[in-house]
Design a binder for this molecule. Structure first.
Ligand SMILES: [Zn+2]
Length: 76
């Protein structure tokens, strides 16, 4: 299984995991959306699965300017 994390705000790739046996709990399974879980469960062994996350930069921005992403989201 081939997984990669991408920041949902700036689309930066945060990391990749390649493993035959992945501990789903360590991936943050409980924090994933239903769609992300389905993608993982349905993925073939050679098909990369995207997991949306948030990078440190956006996390910091979000904490400092909680309104920024909210208003940004509404505009789009
Ligand atoms: Zn980001």
């Amino acid at each position: 299984m081939n997984l990669f994390y991408e920041c949902k705000h700036c689309k930066t790739e945060l990391g990749r995991i390649q493993s035959d046996s992945i501990d789903l709990d360590k991936l943050g399974w409980h924090y994933m959306t239903e769609d992300e879980r389905q993608n993982i469960l349905l993925a073939g062994s050679n098909e990369p699965v995207k997991i949306t996350s948030i990078c440190e930069t956006c996390q910091t921005l979000l904490e400092e300017h909680p309104d920024y992403f909210a208003s940004n989201h509404i505009i789009h």
